[in-house]
Design a protein around this ligand. Sequence first.
Ligand SMILES: [Zn+2]
Length: 335
Amino acid sequence: MDTTDQGQSSYAIQKNKTWSLIWKLGVTNANKMLIWRACHESLATKLNLFKKRIVDSPLCPICHQEPESVMHALWSCNSVQDVWGVSLRKLQKGVVMENSFKELWTLLIADLDSEELEEFAATVYQIWKRRNSLVFDNRFWDPGKVVEAARSAVSEFKEANTTIEGVQAEIRHSIPIWSPPPLNTFKANWDAAVDRRKSKIGAGVVIRDWEGRTVASLSSPKNFFPDAYLAESYGVLKAVILCKQLGIKQVIFEGDAQQVVKDLNYQNQKGNSAGMILSDVKALLHHFDSWSVVYVPRACNNLAHVLAKDAIKLSEESIILGDIPSCIHPLDYLS
Ligand SMILES: [Zn+2]
């Protein structure tokens, strides 16, 4: 249940919508900022500068007829109405007469679809740009050119964004993800975590079948010398023991500790604690009908990683059969 709106008045909800919509528009950030500032009456119009005693006259620098409020500069000045006259049909002269830009914006978000709102926002941006260009460079251009500039800004933004989305999709696609083992074979992913301050290590193991179903998961803490290689060796030992206990015959062990995988696949014998653990692992591996120990990048090993991190917080080993433990976020489950 979504409870975020609870206790909020409809005014507050509408207000939130007013602001959140600005940030969702398919226009540049500078354009979004301009709309936001216009809604907050914080543009450097002549009237605002006059109120702060920065300029001598509040009059509009274009028509010289009325004080240049935000609403006047962006909407009601005759020179601006000429722009809206050739813009969106819904925005043409006389259709809307609001007191403030915020009221205008609130009215428009209820009335326009997102593409029309984007065109509106982009036109406002060009109107303000044209106004500044007159004030600072003494250059001005006709309404048709303003509308044309706004439309091409929207389509340029869309085009650039489609490219970005395409690139992002490609990146997502190229990130390796966990893949299920062949039929009738199980896959055991292991990982380890180290807490140097508490001299504690944690092992995480998840065993899944060829359809990706979780058969068992384990989180095992141990007070041990906090060394990464040792922790990873302990992790693979836990994975091998759990598979053996479950009566699994064909298994692929996957871990992201390159050195441990290497040492298990070659006859590297080390005389230290980790070396002794790995000798035990090698002896146990012979009990399986078929087995392999392979290296995978971290991205393919997230679930075991989460379990290992969780293990450090535990005081005793936890094994869960056929279900996903509560420490796993639904998103982690995908990797
Ligand atoms: Zn004016």
